[in-house]
Design a protein around this ligand. Sequence first.
Ligand code: UD1
Length: 414
Amino acid sequence: MHLSIRGGTTLSGTVPIAGAKNAVLPGCAASLLTDEPVIIHRVPRLRDVATIIAVISELGKDVEYRDDTIVIRHGAPLHSQAARRYVEQMRASFLVLGPILARLGRAIVPLPGGCTIGPRPVDYHLQGLSALGARVKDGMDRVVLTADELRGARFRLPYPSVGATEQLLMAAALASGETVIENPAREPEVFDLVSLLTQMGANIEADQDVFRVRGRTELGGGEHTVIPDRLEAGTYLIAGAITAGTVTVTDVRPDDLTAVVAALGESGVHVAVADDAITVDGNDRPRPITITTAPYPGFPTDLQPPLVALLARADGESVVRDTVFPTRFGYVAALNRMGAKIAVSTGAARITGVDGLTGTDLTAPDIRAGAALVLAALTADGESTITGVDQIDRGYTEIERKLQKLGAKIDRRD
Ligand code: UD1
């Protein structure tokens, strides 16, 4: 299967944004903390969502997925071991570790796979769970954790890791006593998990610098609508900008996209923000900018590849640094094959803007780099084919349908 894209069309119109993948995945893991039903609304149809459903189903949950709602009920007694074939496909599967450990006192989870964006260790997850009393056996390709009892503790994350913060929040919700997580991740998806856990009965005080969790012996069920996907929204805004078009994303929370709106504005794109919508109005060539990704509220690393694609055609030299995943520049070689002039050195891309790009055959290496190649193909002269579409499908619902509605010449072919 591949995407076939004829570039050069100016996009125009409105795109409704789906629920946030990165909020649904921890939400599904959180369902393991209880035998009561957990209902999640606004769930996007994505491969990663199918993967987490497979993971929790194998662990014993009974999952019903209808329209955009998943209902997760108690099925079989919870297993302590997660299936390798799913965990290898997606790093977020590792989030089941804390909940299984908290429920059963034992958890065996393979080391995760996922996007090929450089080394992504899980040491902070394991250090945090050890602080709560887990004993860690770290094998070659899996981790085995045991704990007679999880006990609340004070733990300072060496870095505000999204996954490690979520892992600790879930384990601490069922630990005895108080857990204090210092230097937590503050991404909107983390706060979305906090609101689901709170509904399930967890006692969490989440302010900006410290999260305090007072553990409970049991949690109940919950019903929750996830936040909009700021990364999908940002991608379509950049699609509008890169084609010098006018694109509105709707059903979004603009406050979650402040850094993205600022970056686009700085690059000369006209951006109008409404209550739950954002419109971009692009120029033929953006202005060059210098930008560094950072944990929220900084510019998101996930939108770094799409932004680099946009700046490939800027009128001058831009520098984009990625401090979150410094090696997330593997896709740059593909942009250069399209005629871009981008030099990558440690953790940064120096982009000399060019007049135009040329379509070619491309392969999507991971979700966001795949999206960046789609955007580059939309602005390129001639036709591009993009294979590896299953990577893009992990994070974008019906990308070709949404882009076609904006006027793009894009098809999915076998
Ligand atoms: C989540 C997002 C991903 C996003 C990333 C950063 C999900 C499902 N995925 O990934 O889309 O790009 O946040 O916003 O929500 N690190 C360690 N040791 C650890 C954990 C992390 O060294 O134990 C490092 C990572 O290698 C990376 C940085 O910390 O350099 C940030 O990673 P983290 O925030 O944990 O990302 P994920 O939760 O995997």
